[in-house]
Design a protein around this ligand. Structure first.
Ligand SMILES: Nc1nc2c(ncn2[C@@H]2O[C@H](COP(=O)(O)OP(=O)(O)OP(=O)(O)O)[C@@H](O)[C@H]2O)c(=O)[nH]1
Ligand SMILES: [Mg+2]
Length: 209
């Protein structure tokens, strides 16, 4: 099998939209009904095999509350993919996603794979953001829209698999190799030695800054 390729993914979005829940569902298949406000960004590592390639995802979960907003650039700076989450029952959270999209496009250009995630689809009754509005918006900014429920484990696996595919495509189409993006961003890092893999594993789960 080929070398591993490592990608950084960052989750952004207003407080309470379900970022931590999405990561928890994907990494450990767990769900917590309580909102424990994220205070410090942390990451989890997930390994998968796609198209015969070994992939390692470093998934950064960030704090959504307003007072942490200025820290965003610390976490999205070298991201290959960004998951921008809103809660379908909260219109403000959708507007917040629009702000993130503007900021990411401005700071990272078009190479970052953007996923807009409409979370809490199990609360369809209380929906405030029409599906068509979200779809139209995602198209207009060249992002993909995903519909998820971390609670019911719907759409989560598909979200990360699809994003991994997209990042892999972008990395493969970079002829000049990794770490050569115009923005100085890493494009998918081949992990060359077992010790490099080990170093990442040691940081696995709960790394924070
Ligand atoms: N019904 C429903 N509730 C959800 C879903 N995802 C998350 N929640 C709930 O929404 C609340 C907030 O979830 P979190 O994952 O902590 O939200 P967050 O975006 O990480 O919030 P911050 O850390 O403050 O930025 C919790 O009570 C979760 O149980 C979902 O898909 N459906
Ligand atoms: Mg959180």
């Amino acid at each position: 099998m080929n070398q591993s390729v490592s990608f950084k993914i960052v989750l952004l979005g207003e407080g309470s939209v379900g970022k931590t829940s999405i990561v928890l569902r994907y990494s450990e298949n767990l769900f917590n009904d309580k909102h424990i406000e994220t205070q410090q960004a942390s990451f989890k590592t997930k390994r998968l095999i796609l198209d015969g390639r070994r992939i390692e995802l470093a998934i950064w979960d960030t704090a959504g509350q307003e007072r942490f907003q200025a820290l965003g650039p610390l976490y999205y700076r070298e991201a290959n993919g960004a998951i921008l989450v809103f809660d379908i029952t909260d219109e403000d959270s959708f507007n917040r996603v629009k702000n993130w999209v503007k900021e990411l496009r401005r700071m990272l250009g078009n190479d970052v794979a953007l996923c807009i995630v409409a979370n809490k689809i199990d609360l369809e009754r209380d929906r405030r953001v029409p599906m068509e509005t979200a779809e139209e918006y995602a198209r207009s900014v060249n992002a993909k829209l995903y519909h998820t429920s971390a609670k019911l484990s719907k759409g989560i696996e598909e979200l990360f698999n699809d994003l991994a595919h997209r990042m892999l495509e972008t990395a493969s189409s970079t002829t000049s190799g990794p770490n050569t993006g115009g923005t100085g961003r890493q494009r998918g890092i081949p992990i060359l030695s077992p010790s490099a893999t080990e170093a990442i594993n040691q940081k696995k789960s709960g790394g924070c800054c």
